[in-house]
Design a protein around this ligand. Structure first.
Ligand SMILES: [Mg+2]
Length: 307
């Protein structure tokens, strides 16, 4: 990858704040940085969207993704073919009260798949059951319902919860537990129920994103282009893992989401709807204070030295 120098990197950047309609992943506002390559290209924006609590080492691949977007551009057709124009997406349901489910899902328009957040700290399994029931009622029998626990359960809790939620015909369970060993264990326990296990954090936060696939600890990989360092690297990881994938966002603005769509278009077999409709979770965008903009510029400069 051709890296810009720091002056080039920061020549035209904008930090924006995206207020969330509903608190999501502990966030009320999502901050993210737009970076424009000043090399005269037409489409030359990239997004550096590493969550603000991440350290520089974890954030650096996100910057690599932004640089690929803005400076290198997407792979050529010869390098990586395009398999589709349209990418089906799923609705994403935060860990809200069941009563709030219809109003939130209506904002996603037409969709057949909903991902329901479960195992939120401070909530109970009864809350999850009520929310998943409401989501299933909304999409009907022909819809697809998947759940995402963000690694919050231990193996016994996961088994208990999955058995309690089985009646809602789950498409898959995303990251029920944290570690690869735990995922392997829970996958074995629920395999007979026909429940599939998807890995998310075990891909994007792991030193080796393919380890979970190699260990036989997941049926599906959730692939997020920014934490994996860009479209090319994500495609290499998918090739190596050899598992079905779901391309999802990391709560980027539409600029960063475009890289996710580009990745999804280049995956030959895409059997699951992709989590790329997450802009519906935002109400709009706002500019940030000078202090926050400086914080982001300094962070981007530090991360550049790590690439
Ligand atoms: Mg997830």
């Amino acid at each position: 990858m051709r890296l810009p120098d720091v002056d080039e990197l920061l020549a035209d950047v904008r930090v924006i704040a995206l207020p969330m309609r509903t608190r999501f992943r502990g966030l009320d506002v999502r901050e993210t940085m737009m970076i424009r390559a000043t090399t005269g290209r037409v489409e030359s924006w990239g997004e550096f969207a590493a969550f603000t609590e991440y350290d520089d080492a974890e954030s650096a691949p996100w910057l690599a993704c932004a640089i690929e977007q803005a400076w290198e551009q997407q792979p050529s057709i010869e390098e990586r073919p395009l398999f589709r124009d349209e990418v089906p997406t799923n609705a994403t349901l935060p860990a809200v009260d069941a009563a709030a489910v219809p109003a939130i899902l209506e904002r996603f328009g037409e969709f057949r798949t909903v991902k329901v957040k479960v195992a939120e700290p401070g909530q109970t399994l009864a809350d999850d059951i009520a929310r998943v029931r409401a989501a299933r009622a909304f999409v009907g029998d022909s819809g697809r319902v998947r759940i995402d626990a963000n690694g919050s359960w231990n193996v016994d809790e996961a088994e208990h919860a999955i058995r309690a939620l089985e009646e809602f015909d789950l498409e898959y369970v995303e990251q029920p537990c944290t570690t690869i060993d735990e995922l392997y264990e829970i996958r074995g326990r629920v395999h007979g129920m026909g429940i599939l296990i998807a890995a998310d954090e075990s891909v994007r936060k792991a030193a080796d994103p393919v380890a979970v696939a190699r260990a036989g600890a997941a049926d599906i990989l959730v692939v997020k282009v920014a934490p994996l360092g860009g479209v090319r690297r994500a495609l290499d990881i998918i090739d190596e893992a050899g598992l079905p994938v779901v391309v999802s966002s990391a709560l980027e603005s539409p600029v960063g989401l475009a890289a996710g769509f580009d990745l999804a278009r280049r995956i030959e077999h895409l059997d699951y709807d992709c989590g790329l409709a997450t802009e519906r979770l935002f109400t709009g965008d706002e500019t940030v204070s000078a202090e926050r903009a400086t914080w982001w510029r300094e962070r981007a400069a530090r991360c550049l030295t790590l690439l």
